[in-house]
Design a protein. Structure first.
Lengths: 342, 342
DNA sequence: CGCGCCGGTGCAAACGATTGCATTGTCGGC
DNA sequence: GCCGACAATGCAATCGTTTGCACCGGCGCG
């Protein structure tokens, strides 16, 4: 019944030594200062009394919490769970814990959430939620808080990042569509306030031009958010505004899924009459109707890398310039939402 | 550049009062002890110096961390993100933060993970990951750590829980199948070491009998895990062992999805030749082929309720007996994986 | 045989907040 | 004009660790 937790002092008294001796014996780094037989007794007793170090006291003294803040827009977005799992796996291997916070809706929570994390004294930050031009994160980094971004990147080149090869992904998609005979494809682009949205859009434009696609300005529509409803809305906008295009390249899977729903509602067959591509290869999109052609990004791996990167920085290692920004390769996975143009 | 954080003492010196005065002025509960104009000056200065209380010191003194441990099997399982979002939303409203840990693979991590949480001094625990007969959690509760389970429940009736109405869900499914003319349906049951698996299986048996379904023992197969591969394996086992049944009632959506994959591979049409039902209504299953008939559970709401419950206990409120175990209503959502028997 | 060194421990001061109690000053009542 | 009460603030202990430094005994070496 809520009996007091056992402390260093309890162990020390039981063994008949000073607390500092116990502390040293329990820490592998300093254990060699202590005579082996004493250390052994201490280990045994602390085991028997079920001693657990008090993390608050440790933190107060050392200024380390062994806690990492993980900030994502919305855990309910299927893109993020694998990333988080990757992060959590490497953190826990290293004895760190993750505090998870959702930052959406952005304006309301972003600042407050980061405040709370900072106040808790997290040792570092992994940000999956970050808009271009965000200044709060800058402030925290200036305060000396190690941070890395994952999936997205910041404007400042000096905040380390792990991202996917957006450029390559877009190239693969366009090559694929070209091989299928498409020449006029629309781009359902993501918000330009987010690095992925911007990079994918720019990659689309660059490669489309290079490959000789029709590059009229009006073949692109920008979404405000990254969900299915917005995908529907934007697809409708495209269809209403123009015709003659045979494929829609969406900035991510959720937009693509929304677009496909709209096509179905309008009686336009996908892929027979209109090809649609996604980006991310979220879990389960292979089971959709039609199974989605998309770009597979290594979510889990990206999460692991970001966490490893942060760990390295916390170990005091400066990152090599080549390690500051890791971009992870992607691959095209062709399923059934794309087809040869008629 | 990592300048020292400002402390109570800094503020006190700047204002020309004692730290205790600052402490009181900053705490709304004790602010009335302080003369309004002094309090105001303190507020202003602490704002200007960007004062953030040191959570470690606070915790050390008060034995509260305002952190809740959230233990789930695997965040990558689509059932959990909405729950977590629900939890996180109410926690953050109350100034609490969530530490998230994945406990799978179970044997390897369960104990270690809970140790880490306890050592961090979390104020409470929300467990979505819990097997019947688990003793570790018992120990923690006996140590006085408030805990609630979500989605699953413990064997001990005295650990509060928020769960779904499994019984009602199964009844709705069987009624639906009966109305479609099915009389011989197989049960792809979940692991019996988990409360949901067990309850759904028992509900199936009870209602199947009551409604006059064929209740041969061999019409049920127990899965070891709750994923698609296992769904495929178990469905294969059923098909190989017997015939003449016209529907498969799976214990959850992932098993159902696996079963459908297997049916397709064997050239058995779903739902024309075999109806399949799921349970949970995970995000996106409405977009599968065929769209899945399943039971909608209110994941987000369940998460919110569990967190609220825990908050209430932390506020010192004993729970009314009627609040100890909340079961949230479910509803049947009929889509296209079930059809009238031929 | 004496001195210095060093391996093994103990001592005590932090870390930054909270909080019961002591202290001061003011004012009202008689 | 004095005393008691009360409002406002200061004092200092405390939470459980870590860690620089002091201490002590024994041993090796000259």
């Amino acid at each position: 019944m809520a009996r007091r937790r056992t402390t260093l002092k309890d162990v020390a008294e039981e063994v008949g030594v000073h607390t500092s001796t116990v502390s040293r014996a329990l820490n592998p780094e300093t254990r060699h200062f202590i005579r082996p037989e004493v250390a052994e007794r201490i280990l045994a007793v602390s085991e028997r009394l079920n001693y657990r170090p008090n993390a608050a006291a440790y933190s107060l003294r050392t200024n380390k919490t062994r806690i990492i803040g993980v900030v994502i827009p919305d855990i309910a977005n299927p893109v993020f769970p694998p990333i988080i799992r990757g992060i959590e796996d490497v953190l826990s291997e290293r004895g760190y814990l993750a505090i998870l916070v959702n930052s959406e809706p952005h304006n309301a929570r972003h600042g407050a959430v980061l405040d709370a994390l900072q106040s808790r004294g997290v040792d570092g930050l992994i940000m999956a939620s970050l808009e271009l031009g965000d200044s709060i994160i800058r402030g925290m980094i200036d305060d000396g808080l190690p941070a890395v971004t994952v999936n997205r990147r910041a404007e400042d080149a000096d905040v380390p990042s792990v991202t996917n090869d957006e450029d390559q992904g877009m190239r693969l998609i366009l090559e694929h569509l070209k091989a299928l005979g498409h020449t006029r494809v629309a781009n359902l682009a993501g918000p330009q306030s987010i690095s992925t949205g911007k990079e994918r859009f720019e990659a689309f434009r660059r490669h489309a031009r290079a490959m000789g696609f029709d590059t009229s300005e009006d073949l692109v529509v920008f979404s405000q958010r990254l969900n299915e409803a917005e995908g529907e809305r934007c697809a409708a906008e495209l269809l209403d505004a123009l015709s003659g295009f045979t494929a829609i390249v969406a900035s991510n899977d959720r937009l693509a899924v929304g677009a496909i729903s709209l096509l179905r509602r309008r009686g336009i067959a996908c892929p027979a009459e209109m090809s649609v591509t996604g980006f991310n290869d979220m879990p389960m999109v292979d089971r959709f109707e039609p199974p989605l052609t998309t770009v597979r990004v290594q979510q889990y791996e990206v999460g692991r890398l970001a966490a490893s990167m942060l760990m390295k920085r916390l170990d005091g290692g400066e990152l090599e310039p080549s390690e500051e920004h890791i971009v992870v390769p992607v691959e095209l996975v062709v399923r059934a939402s794309t087809a040869r143009v008629r």
